[in-house]
Design a protein around this ligand. Structure first.
Ligand SMILES: Cc1cc2nc3c(=O)[nH]c(=O)nc-3n(C[C@H](O)[C@H](O)[C@H](O)COP(=O)(O)O)c2cc1C
Length: 228
């Protein structure tokens, strides 16, 4: 059985992980603060945030114990920087395949549908095994390393509606320990898990005019697969 490890804020990477697990006959394991990637092989699915790895994914990759892995980075059709390259640098085992997969942009909600068909060769590779590959150091924006979480926080405000009853479902699910009863502190990375789990739909995101303008047009819908 192949374990499919997944970090997902708004659910798009979770959709990709579920698709892959179904085809591989594997199970999805959600990446939490203490999750360790074990076993001979693994598929790891995560989103690109501000052309970077979400911090919980970086920690997970660093402490991995699996022999080899395939990596899938989902992105919202804008830019993916060199997230797969960065992930390979952190993963202590061998990486045998990688892919950038476009999904709906979780901040723009642009309605783009995930298409799993281009992932068929990668899924075959992780089933069969194979030699290590070097994922390319694709270009990234000159500012992408500049305080990505801070940039997300100023460009996307988390707004708590009057129907919040303080149940703290958001706090229980926050991967950064940043939420308490609908209020986020400065550790928030705007992954939007809290928005997804709130039973009263009391949380929403307001985008700055600059980010709204930037997100208005998708730039890229390509699935890019790296294999030997
Ligand atoms: C804080 C944040 C930053 C993002 N940054 C980028 C980005 O730099 N480039 C891009 O194409 N998409 C970006 N996205 C969109 C996500 O990468 C994309 O929607 C992804 O599939 C979300 O996966 P998830 O729902 O599993 O979290 C960003 C989304 C969020 C919430």
């Amino acid at each position: 059985m192949i374990d499919v490890y997944c970090f997902s804020g708004a659910g798009h990477s979770a959709e990709v992980a579920a698709y892959c697990a179904e085809r591989l006959g594997g199970r999805v394991i959600s990446i939490g603060a203490d999750t360790v990637c074990r076993g001979e092989r693994a598929l790891i699915v995560f989103p690109v945030y501000c052309e970077n790895l979400p911090p919980p994914v970086a920690g997970f990759l660093r402490r991995a114990e699996a022999g080899y892995a395939a990596l899938i980075a989902t992105y919202g059709g804008m830019s993916y920087g060199r997230a797969l390259y960065d992930a390979q640098q952190l993963f202590p085992g061998s990486v045998i395949a990688g892919a950038y997969v476009p999904t709906e942009h979780s901040l723009a909600r642009d309605g783009w549908r995930f298409d799993g068909a281009p992932l068929a060769p990668l899924l075959a590779k992780i089933s069969e095994g194979g030699a290590e590959i070097m994922l390319p150091k694709t270009p990234k924006h000159i500012l992408s390393d500049f305080a990505p979480a801070w940039r997300s926080r100023i460009a996307a405000k988390l707004v708590r509606g009057g129907n919040c009853v303080g149940c703290n479902a958001c706090g229980a699910t926050c991967p950064m320990g940043a939420m308490r009863q609908g209020r986020a502190n400065s550790a928030c990375i705007r992954c939007l898990k809290c928005v997804r789990v709130c039973p009263r739909h009391a949380l929403c995101v307001h985008l700055s005019p600059v980010l709204s303008y930037y997100l208005r047009r998708r730039r890229c819908n390509d699935t890019v697969v790296y294999l030997n």
